[in-house]
Design a protein around this ligand. Structure first.
Ligand code: FES
Length: 150
């Protein structure tokens, strides 16, 4: 594994142990997951025990210890979105990506999750792709949007 980018991220924070969460977030954003080799390098460079790093990496939902797709899809299935057809949107997303919530496709293109609220209920049904909120979705719109991602 090429650790050049990981070293650069650690250097950006001067190897400060207090920046652990931000460093892990940057690595997660760069690689879309936290490989063990990356965590070992962070542990060594920051002087933070692996046990603490593992605890942090498993505590926050933003981190993944398995490879994630380049695009992370969150489909809201909360009450407000549910009554406006979230299940039909989810069905289309599942059909197009070929994955179920909690899965990542073999090409590492998409990861799919369901969530209970994205905080913009008036726009339901809502899904989020790479942290961009997409609201008032009809199933056909969701399908068109997904086709635009590489
Ligand atoms: S219930 Fe879907 S955004 Fe709140």
């Amino acid at each position: 594994m090429d650790t050049t980018n990981i070293s650069a991220i650690i250097d950006k924070y001067n190897g400060e142990a207090s920046a652990l969460i931000q460093i892990l977030l940057d690595i997660q954003n760069d690689l879309h997951w936290l490989p063990r080799e990356a965590l070992e390098l962070v542990s060594e460079r920051l002087g933070v025990p692996m046990s603490r790093i593992q605890h942090t990496a498993t505590f926050y939902k933003a981190f993944s210890l398995v490879p994630k797709g380049r695009h992370e899809i969150n489909v809201c299935v909360g009450t407000a979105c549910h009554v406006r057809g979230a299940n039909r949107v989810l069905e289309v997303v599942q059909n197009i990506t070929g994955i179920q919530p909690g899965e990542t496709d073999a090409d590492l293109k998409f990861s799919l999750e369901t969530v209970n609220c994205l905080g913009c209920c008036a726009l339901g049904p809502v899904m989020e792709i790479d942290e961009q909120h997409l609201g008032k979705l009809a199933p056909a719109m969701a399908a068109d949007l997904l086709k635009g991602y590489q």
